[in-house]
Design a binder for this molecule. Sequence first.
Ligand code: CAA
Length: 241
Amino acid sequence: MARIALVTGGTRGIGAQISIALKQAGRVVVASYAGNPEAAAAFTAATGIEAIKFDAGNYEESLAAVKDIETRHGGHIEVLVNNAGITRDSVFGKMSRDMWDAVIDTNLGSCFNLCKATFDGMKGNKFGRIVNIGSINGQAGQYGQVNYAAAKSGIHGFTKALAQEGARYNVTVNAVAPGYVDTDMVRAVPPDVLEKIIAKIPRGRLGTAHDIARGVAFLTADDADFITGSTLSINGGQHMY
Ligand code: CAA
């Protein structure tokens, strides 16, 4: 039976390409979204991939969503991609506690929530592939992103710790650290700032969502069982870590 995959934030941007790549790899894919039903409906119409709405940053909603998926599909989720992420960029002096909480809950709390909901099922099946989407800015820091850099850096620590617990059950836990990728999130960066960032990318361009998705497909393959606790940086050479 085809393995069930869940991609959070899987209907737009990088997540949408990840959902498509996992479908192409033969997975039964469910993509979650939190706030854009029109984009989700268009994504499902274009790809045939099921989209469900829940807030990955909310613990109860995440547990309920996983239970619902597993009941309807008659099996455990065995491939999980924690991709959901937001930015609330601001210089530290102007960053509110709400901007901190929103980014920590959505970007890092979601990894806890979804891993909590799926890890036992993966362990029981002696198969699991978890990929957490970190960021170049979690590795290197970034001006105006104390909240985001902390959350993404936390993801890298989370990944290495959970990888140690999953290994004996063939549950691998890895991170992908994208650089600047041509998505709505990056297009929201002021153009003059973005221009300076692109000038520092050795490959000379922004990444594409496909550049990231192929890394996720690689790490979630059935025969990728010896790769765990690693971070795959996909950033055009901008930061070598
Ligand atoms: N290094 C040093 N100084 C910087 C700087 C940098 N990287 N960026 C801005 N500054 C300086 C500016 O030159 C300016 O100085 P002056 O007042 O002396 O001119 C000062 O900081 C304030 O900058 P802004 O005028 O831009 O201030 P702002 O309050 O309007 O905006 C900001 C601040 C929100 C941080 C804005 O600069 C910004 O959006 N920067 C980009 C942040 C970024 O890269 N976000 C990534 C989003 S994509 C993503 O996160 C995906 C991923 O994983 C890669």
